[in-house]
Design a protein around this ligand. Sequence first.
Ligand SMILES: NC(=O)c1ccc[n+]([C@@H]2O[C@H](COP(=O)([O-])OP(=O)(O)OC[C@H]3O[C@@H](n4cnc5c(N)ncnc54)[C@H](O)[C@@H]3O)[C@@H](O)[C@H]2O)c1
Length: 261
Amino acid sequence: MNDPLFDLEGRVAVVTGGMGQLGSVYTAGLVERGMRVAVLDVAAGDVPEGARAYRVDVTDRVEIEAVLAEVESEWGIPHVLVNNAALDSPPDAPAEEVGPFETYPEESFDAVLDVNVKGTFLCCQVVGGAMARGGRGSVVNVSSIYGLLSPVQDLYDFRRAGGETFVKPVAYSVSKSAVLNLTRYLATYWAKTGVRVNTLTLAGVWNDQPQDFLDAYTARVPLGRMLDADEALGALVFLASDASSYVTGANVVVDGGWSAW
Ligand SMILES: NC(=O)c1ccc[n+]([C@@H]2O[C@H](COP(=O)([O-])OP(=O)(O)OC[C@H]3O[C@@H](n4cnc5c(N)ncnc54)[C@H](O)[C@@H]3O)[C@@H](O)[C@H]2O)c1
């Protein structure tokens, strides 16, 4: 029996970045709970039965509008929007992207802000706007502990040990902080429409990282380990479902206690 508190059966979700590590877990988890899921991603890939994949760049309003029109006509107005698509500099990013703050490339700053902030803003405008017209919905904007707090640059000492320059870049942190207040802005703006808007802030997800990094990272986490992708799903289901009916403008922090000390 579905627990009515967390019941998502028959509802419709839009998950951006749904082809990625976490987005694919969200898509599978929401489909398992009986949702129909539209996956918006610039990357192609397989989706489970019950989901549909759309090649969409979240920085392009026209593309988002076209998908929304299709989703609305076939499935109705979405109930849940998960703004999960994002850019971060990968560990093997070009040297200038992981170099000193003073010379961090302007183009990289623009690219990261474009996807992480403008992309979230546009999906809120288009998909969240439809939910507001429909009189109900839940928007979940994904942030990071690096948007809540500064990255701990010492975590990357192991990369510097061999003489390499490595600075965890600034743009991702700035973009993920912007998400926190976009959430608060919209939570109050849409409060009377029945649309709730919350942030889901995650810590580092286990992804086969080098042991040196794992040692440095987990030493700073009270729970002593990285986040398992499946553990982010629990908080998402809470925010997506009626279990969180009195929660809006909040930041649900899933960080193993990282921000507690
Ligand atoms: N993985 C972590 O350790 C971690 C930690 C904290 C927060 N997060 C957040 O969780 C979310 C997902 O992270 P992930 O690790 O699964 O990342 P990921 O890189 O595996 O997935 C991101 C997805 O977004 C897509 N994407 C990028 N630009 C896009 C665009 N313009 N339009 C549409 N899709 C686009 C990519 O193709 C990719 O499939 C992000 O918002 C990230 O900031 C991740």
